[in-house]
Design a protein around this ligand. Structure first.
Ligand code: GLU
Length: 590
């Protein structure tokens, strides 16, 4: 959520900071600002979009600066609450991502000591604490100040006359982009891709001293080495490439994402130590869209490995003590920075449970907590609504399940064939979307919808509903088809369309019965079905015809169709598709 950026080098900081902020807009924010020093600190901030701030702000000269896009947690979005925040003297400026839990207490103490505050934010205590401890050594003052602070943070500190920026993090993302006679700091990689493809990742508790000519990382006052990584993502990966929205571009990237993610594991014969260990059961934790991937994973892994799998929302797992004897855990997170996931992973690691994480972001916090990391090859996902990262997660889950499968050789051989065909099948869905666009236009006229599925496509009904609600603002519920009569039927009628996912597996007949029940209540039905399914043509009001294939992979093809359905519905309704209201891409607060 929100983002921080920093620059120090021999170029003017202002335009670089504003460009980096613009590249991070997708993360979601309500206000923004920058501070630049050219001997004294000048701040410009407001409840504006980055573009608006850029065009309205005066030119501020200076070769070092910091910037922020805020997603308010303490205090309304306002000019005064926007970051950067200053100390009393105006010589220390701070941008912060995260939450300071004990800020009230700290603020009272600081006020008693004579500091005066202007904002309602928790963040403002940080520059004041640094001011309190500053006696000529900025990094020591930052380190001491952070000892007083409880909570999560990624911070960048700018001091008026110091030729360096001080950075620190705990449970919030932060990267240092390494340049030539210049260095960059940001919450994530897309922010700095225009300038560098080299990055350092700090550990929780590290203090980074970032100057024009070098980066020093310290821990408890002692210097430590942090490896430099080459970023494989390109600038083009983080641009729209001619598509109207990032979401549409990312939906269309899925054939490539499937190939790349599968290629990585099948070619390298990768192994998952978690699965090699003698685990008796598997716990999968995830949030949001990743949770739906986890639910699909449960079906595949139980089917192919014959071990019990339970799936938990990370935000729930954090508040009870699950029994974990003989359990291995798998965490799924696109960003690798989701606060609830990180907390749950730490809890599991703390009781000796091995945790394999599936994530899309190299060097992310989750990869440092996990006992093993498997990377998806989705590339940067800019649209808030996840699409290609979900497909990539499914690919890793298929790969894991197939690699450690107890199924017979023939079944496996069929699956290998099936999975290899997936990129082409997805391409077929992308190339034949007229029917989807027509249904989207129809759906756009409603305010409520149900998505139903059974078996391995029940999680896809949940995912279809999530996609539709988050970008089109139509209230949508995903439901196991057999559950409709246990409550939701009370709502059904001609004003609530039902999107039914029909798979050619053992759920088929039961699904047709459910559709008949829905039709009997007068609700319009849009069905997703394989080509050649004559029964469904008779039953549904419209049919989105999808390519035939092994039913175990049908979640992938169905998901792509539902992503397109949500996308075109939102477009008909004129919604801001890439940045839905109130949502942020990377949910770094609990
Ligand atoms: N808690 C801080 C505030 O409300 C930072 C929020 C953020 O991460 O954007 O200002």
């Amino acid at each position: 959520m929100c983002g921080i950026v920093g620059y120090i080098g021999d170029k003017q900081a202002q335009p670089i900071l504003l460009n980096c902020l613009a590249r991070m807009e997708y993360r979601g924010y309500d206000s923004c600002g920058i501070a630049v020093t050219g001997g004294s600190i000048k701040v410009c901030k407001d409840v504006k979009r980055v573009q608006e701030l850029t065009t309205t702000m005066p030119r501020i000269g200076g070769l070092a600066g910091i910037g922020h896009t805020r997603w308010a947690t303490h205090g309304e979005p306002s000019q005064v609450n926007a970051h950067p925040h200053l100390d009393c003297s105006g010589n220390i400026a701070v941008v912060h991502n995260g939450v300071i839990n004990n800020f009230q207490k700290l603020k009272q103490q600081l006020v008693a000591e004579g500091h005066s505050f202007v904002s309602q934010t928790d963040t403002e205590v940080i520059p004041h604490l640094i001011e309190k401890y500053y006696d000529g050594n900025l990094e020591e003052a930052v380190e001491t100040a952070l000892r007083d602070v409880e909570g999560s943070y990624a911070i960048i500190v700018l001091a008026a006359k110091e030729p360096k920026l001080i950075v620190a993090r705990k449970d919030s993302p932060l990267i240092i982009g390494v340049g030539d006679r210049e260095n960059f700091i940001a919450s994530d990689v897309p922010a700095v891709l225009d300038y560098t493809n080299r990055a350092l990742y700090l550990e929780d508790g590290d203090i980074g001293i970032v100057a024009k000519d070098g980066i020093v990382v310290k821990r408890g006052g002692t210097r430590v080495e942090r490896e430099e990584h080459r970023i494989l993502w390109s600038v083009e990966d983080a641009q729209k490439g001619g598509y109207e929205h990032f979401m549409l571009k990312e939906i269309h990237e899925q054939p490539r994402v499937i190939r790349d993610t599968l290629g990585d594991y099948t070619q390298q014969n990768g192994s998952a130590s978690l699965m090699d260990a003698d685990i008796k059961s598997l716990l999968i934790l995830a949030c949001g869209t990743s949770y739906h991937a986890a639910l699909v994973g449960k079906y595949i892994i139980e089917d192919l490995l014959n071990i019990p799998v339970r799936v938990e929302l990370a935000s729930e797992l954090n508040y009870w003590a699950p029994s974990l004897a003989g359990t291995g855990a798998l965490a799924i997170t696109q960003s690798g920075e989701t606060a609830d996931i990180l907390k749950a992973m730490k809890k599991l690691r703390g009781v000796g449970c091995p945790v394999l994480v599936i994530t899309n972001v190299v060097g992310s916090s989750a990869s440092r907590i996990a006992s093993q990391t498997v990377y998806t090859r989705a590339g940067p996902e800019i649209s808030v609504a996840a699409t290609k990262s979900f497909t990539a997660q499914l690919m890793v889950l298929y790969w894991l399940a197939m690699s450690y499968s107890k199924a017979d050789a023939r079944r496996l051989a069929d699956m290998v064939m099936g999975i290899r065909q997936l990129p082409n099948k997805v391409q077929q869905v992308l190339d034949n979307k007229d029917e989807i666009i027509k249904s989207a236009k129809y759906l756009a006229g409603y305010e409520n919808a149900f998505f139903i599925g059974r078996g391995i496509n029940f999680p896809i009904a949940l995912e279809g509903a999530l996609k539709l609600k988050e970008i089109s603002y139509i209230h949508a519920e995903g439901c196991a088809a057999g559950e409709l009569k246990h409550g939701p039927f009370a709502l059904l009628g001609e004003d609530i369309p039902v999107i039914a996912i029909v798979a050619q597996d053992n759920t088929y007949e039961a699904m047709l019965t459910n559709i008949r029940e829905v039709k009997a209540r007068g609700a319009p039905v849009i069905a997703l079905a394989e080509e050649g399914d004559k029964d469904i043509d008779q039953l549904a009001d419209s049919v989105l015809t999808l390519p035939k294939g092994d039913a175990i992979f049908s979640p992938v093809v169905n998901t792509v169709a539902l992503q397109l359905l949500a996308y075109y519905t939102a477009r008909h309704r004129g919604c801001p598709i890439d940045t839905p209201r109130n949502l942020a891409k990377s949910v770094t607060v609990e």
